[in-house]
Design a protein around this ligand. Structure first.
Ligand code: ACO
Length: 309
């Protein structure tokens, strides 16, 4: 009966084993996973837009090939994640409609504009850097299909992060105008990158339960601190200044102290009032409408094959 199923589930979680699609799971565990995995998938898909904006204007063939490969990887990540989500009994169509209606979220970071080519480098370095901090622990998440998707995604994110850092290094070795462009870009993306980890632990309604279920392995603030500790030495090596006068090494904690994120800005962006929220969703809806004939043709073809058999 249900009590035995719950005991079996609890024991799997306690042993850090994986829950698989055919296993019994509490309804709230399933719902939480659908929420998080869908939001993650949507972020990958919407995340193609800010960088896709520069594919046609890349400064060289080499840079264009790298950027194209990267944006294609993001489409791939979105698709693995939608597939992982489908194992929980929701369809990709349903998820796509919920993204377009605003019923499901995507990461706040993708509501900021990309104003210069340096942003391609900064997104790789800081945004994909934050994604790695957040996602490496998710390789050990308790739900099998999600954890396995994360292993592949993280390998590709590491390449994304490195291509960004390498692009910025190249620009920093260039002209004064290029160095200024990098600094200006880092000034715009630093705080939004820290917001990617979600609200502070005290204002995060989902963390405690998601940690108890082994869905999340660390709190939002723990991962944000890890990001700061990883990035400060990289910024020094690059020769840029992070736009936070409160960053300093704390000998006692063996970590960097840093300033307070503007949480009013974070919630405004999450609620739909960031600089590009409307534009991102409008673009997604248009792509969906423009693709209608492909879906219809595929369905008609499948139906004809079925009758021919
Ligand atoms: N952008 C938009 N919404 C956010 C963000 C963010 N950066 N951070 C938190 N939220 C939302 C949560 O989804 C939640 O809203 P909901 O209950 O309506 O879904 C609310 O704010 C409160 O936050 P938490 O209780 O802290 O939510 P949660 O436990 O889900 O933690 C986190 C948020 C850390 C983002 C978690 O969902 C996660 O690790 N997700 C997987 C990684 C991911 O989605 N990455 C996407 C960007 S990386 C990339 O694509 C390159």
């Amino acid at each position: 009966d249900e009590a035995d199923l719950q005991l079996a589930f609890d024991s799997t979680i306690a042993h850090n084993d994986r829950i698989e699609p055919r296993d019994w799971m509490p309804e709230d565990y399933r719902k939480t996973l659908v929420r998080q995995i869908a939001q993650h998938a949507h972020s990958e898909i919407i995340g193609m837009q800010p960088e896709g904006n520069w594919i046609g204007r890349a400064p060289s063939l080499r840079r264009k090939a790298i950027l194209l490969a990267k944006v294609q990887d993001e489409a791939g990540h979105g698709l693995y994640l939608y597939s992982a989500c489908e194992t929980l009994g929701v369809s990709r169509e349903e998820l796509t409609l919920k993204l377009m209606s605003g019923a499901q979220k995507y990461s706040s970071i993708f509501n900021y504009p990309t104003l210069s080519y340096a942003d391609v480098g900064t997104i790789g370095w800081l945004v994909d850097g934050a994604a790695i901090c957040n996602q490496v622990p998710l390789c050990r998440t308790s739900y099998g299909p999600y954890g396995r998707a994360m292993i592949r995604v993280c390998k590709e994110e590491s390449f994304h992060q490195r291509q960004g850092y390498e692009l910025l290094m190249t620009m920093m070795r260039g002209t004064d105008a290029q160095r200024e462009m990098v600094q200006e870009s880092v000034d715009r993306f630093w705080w939004p990158a820290l917001m990617m980890f979600g609200p502070p632990d005290g204002d995060s309604p989902n963390t405690e339960r998601s940690m108890a279920w082994g869905i999340k392995r660390h709190t939002n603030d723990e991962l944000r601190q890890r990001m700061v500790d990883m990035t400060v030495p990289q910024a020094e090596k690059l020769g840029v200044t992070l736009p936070d006068p409160d960053i300093r090494w704390n000998e006692e904690r063996q970590s960097y102290d840093f300033g307070e994120v503007d949480w009013d800005e974070f919630w405004a962006v999450v609620k739909g009032n960031g600089p590009c929220n409307e534009q991102r969703l409008a673009h997604r809806r248009k792509a969906y409408d423009d693709g209608a004939w492909v879906r219809e043709a595929a369905m008609a073809y499948a139906a004809r094959e079925e009758t021919a058999r």
